[in-house]
Design a protein around this ligand. Structure first.
Ligand code: ATP
Length: 428
C-alpha cells in the first residue's frame, strides 16, 4: 500500500511546499501556490532538467517565448478548433463533468445528464483596449512557442539537424474537473522539447528520447518501478502521430500520465508554414536539399513531477523507538541540502562558530538552512519532514578539534566530520 494523498497534501501545506491558491479567499479550484520549500523543489527539478537536456548536450538550445501569442498560431495548431474535452452537465444539480470520466448517472446526486458538448479548454483573454481589443489565449502548452520560433532559431544560431529546442514555462487549461491535488490543475508548468530531424531518422530519435525520459526519471529520484510505459493505440493517437508513449506513474489515486513522448511528423511546422505563409523548411547546406523536418516531442509536467517525487519520498518509520515521517529526496532535488545548528542556543561561542560554518557553507551551496529553534531532536524532526539529507551540529568538541557531527536523514547515524570536508560531503 502506498501513501495516501491526504498525508502528502497535509505535509505539503504544513511544511511550506504547496498551499491552496488564494486560500484566504476560500481557495480557487484548480490553482495552487508553491511555498518557500515548494519553490526550491520546483526550481531544482527545472534546473536538473535544463542542465541534462539543454546545457549538457550540444544538439539542444532553449527559448522563453511569450505566454500570450498571436491567436492565429492557435488556429493553425488546431487548438482553437479541437482542444476540447467532452462536457456533461447534470440536469438536476447542474454540476459539470468530463464525459470520458463517467458512465450513466450523476455521481453527486444521481440525476440524468444533458447532451455531451465539446468544451474548449483554452482560457481566453482580451488584448488591447476598447474596440481595438483582440481575443487571444493563455497558452495551453509550451510547445507552440517553440514551433513559431523554429525559423528564428535556425536563422540566428544555425543549428545542424538533428537538433532540439526546449522550453520551460507556465501553461493554462480550463480543466472541467481539476482534481487530485496538483495532478490536474488549471495553471501548471511544463518542460517540453521539440527535437527536429530527417524523417527516416524518427525511430532512432524516438528510442533515444525514450531513454532520456528514463534518465531524467532516475536522476530526479522517481522510483522506476512505479513508472509504466503505455503504447498509445493508433485509434487513440493524434492523426499525425505514428507513435506515442505515455509514461504513467502509480500516483496515490491510481496509475495516470506523468510524461508523454510523441512522434508528430511534420504536422506542426507544415501547419504554421501554410497558415502564416512563411517558409519553415530547413536547408541542408551540404546537399542543397530543402525540406520540412520531422519532430519528436518529449513533454514533462513540472507539477506532476513534484507530486511523483513527494509520493516516492514520503516515508514513515521508527527511529530510536519513535515514529517519524520523512521525505527521502535525493540530493539533486532536496530543497535544503543541509541544516546547521549550534548545539545550544544560549552559548555565544557555539553560536558564533556555527554561524561561521553556516556562512562558509552557504557560499559554496546556497540551499543551506540555519536552525536554532527548540532542542536538537525537534530540529531533526523538522529537517526530516522537509527532506534535508544532512544535519550539522556545532558542539564543544568543534571548538577543540574542528570537527562537527553530521547526521544522516535516512539512517539517523551520526559521524564526526572535519569542517573542511563538509562541502564535498554535502554535495557527495
Ligand atoms: P491528461 O490526459 O492527463 O489530461 P494530456 O495528455 O492532456 O494529459 P499533454 O497535453 O500531453 O497532457 O501535456 C503534457 C504534460 O503536461 C503531461 O504529461 C502532464 O505532465 C502535464 N499536464 C497536462 N495537463 C495538466 C494539468 N491539467 N495539470 C498539471 N499538469 C498537466
Amino acid at each position: 500500500m502506498g501513501v495516501e494523498l491526504e498525508k502528502i497534501v497535509s505535509l505539503a501545506k504544513r511544511r511550506g511546499f504547496i498551499y491552496p491558491g488564494s486560500e484566504v479567499y476560500g481557495g480557487f479550484s484548480g490553482f495552487w501556490d508553491y511555498g518557500p520549500l515548494g519553490v526550491e523543489l520546483k526550481n531544482n527539478i527545472k534546473q536538473l532538467w535544463w542542465r541534462m537536456f539543454v546545457q549538457e548536450r550540444d544538439d539542444m538550445c532553449g527559448v522563453d517565448a511569450a505566454i500570450i501569442m498571436n491567436p492565429k498560431a492557435w488556429e493553425a495548431s488546431g487548438h482553437v478548433g479541437g482542444f476540447s474535452d467532452p462536457l456533461l452537465a447534470c440536469k438536476k444539480c447542474k454540476r459539470r463533468f468530463r464525459a470520458d470520466q463517467l458512465t450513466g448517472i450523476c455521481p453527486e446526486c444521481g440525476g440524468s445528464f444533458s447532451e455531451v458538448r465539446q468544451f474548449n479548454m483554452m482560457f481566453t483573454t482580451s488584448v488591447g483596449a476598447g474596440e481595438e481589443a483582440t481575443t487571444s489565449y493563455l497558452r495551453p502548452e509550451t510547445a507552440g512557442g517553440i514551433f513559431v520560433n523554429f525559423k528564428n532559431v535556425v536563422d540566428s544560431i544555425h543549428p545542424k539537424l538533428p537538433f532540439g529546442i526546449a522550453q520551460v514555462g507556465k501553461a493554462f487549461r480550463n480543466e472541467i474537473a481539476p482534481r487530485d491535488f496538483v495532478f490536474r490543475s488549471r495553471e501548471f508548468e511544463q518542460m517540453e522539447i521539440e527535437y527536429f530531424m530527417r524523417s527516416p531518422d524518427w525511430e532512432g530519435s524516438f528510442e533515444e528520447w525514450r531513454g532520456e525520459v528514463f534518465r531524467f526519471i532516475d536522476a530526479s529520484g522517481i522510483d522506476r518501478s512505479l513508472v509504466h510505459e503505455l503504447e498509445v493505440a493508433p485509434e487513440d493517437r493524434a492523426h499525425y502521430s505514428q507513435r506515442t508513449i505515455d509514461f504513467e506513474f502509480d500516483f496515490p489515486f491510481g496509475r495516470k500520465e506523468l510524461f508523454g513522448l510523441a512522434y508528430r511528423g511534420d504536422f506542426d511546422l507544415s501547419a504554421h508554414a501554410s497558415a502564416s505563409g512563411v517558409d519553415l523548411s530547413y536547408l541542408d547546406e551540404q546537399s542543397g536539399e530543402r525540406f520540412v523536418p520531422h519532430v519528436i516531442e518529449p513533454s514533462f509536467g513540472v507539477d506532476r513531477t513534484v507530486l511523483a517525487l513527494l509520493t516516492c519520498a514520503y516515508t514513515e518509520d521508527d527511529l530510536g523507538g519513535e515514529k517519524r515521517t520523512y521525505l527521502k529526496f535525493n540530493k539533486a532535488v532536496a530543497p535544503i541540502k543541509a541544516a546547521v545548528f549550534p548545539l545550544l542556543k544560549n552559548k555565544p561561542v557555539l553560536v558564533a562558530k556555527a554561524r561561521d560554518v553556516y556562512t562558509m557553507l552557504k557560499k559554496g551551496i546556497p540551499q543551506i538552512m540555519w536552525d536554532d529553534n527548540g532542542n536538537i531532536g525537534k530540529r531533526y524532526r523538522r529537517q526530516d519532514e522537509i527532506g534535508t539529507p544532512a544535519c550539522i551540529t556545532i558542539d564543544f568538541q568543534t571548538l577543540e578539534d574542528g570537527t562537527v557531527t553530521m547526521r544522516d536523514r535516512d539512517t539517523g547515524e551520526q559521524v564526526r566530520e572535519q569542517i573542511g570536508n563538509l562541502i564535498s560531503q554535502i554535495k557527495g
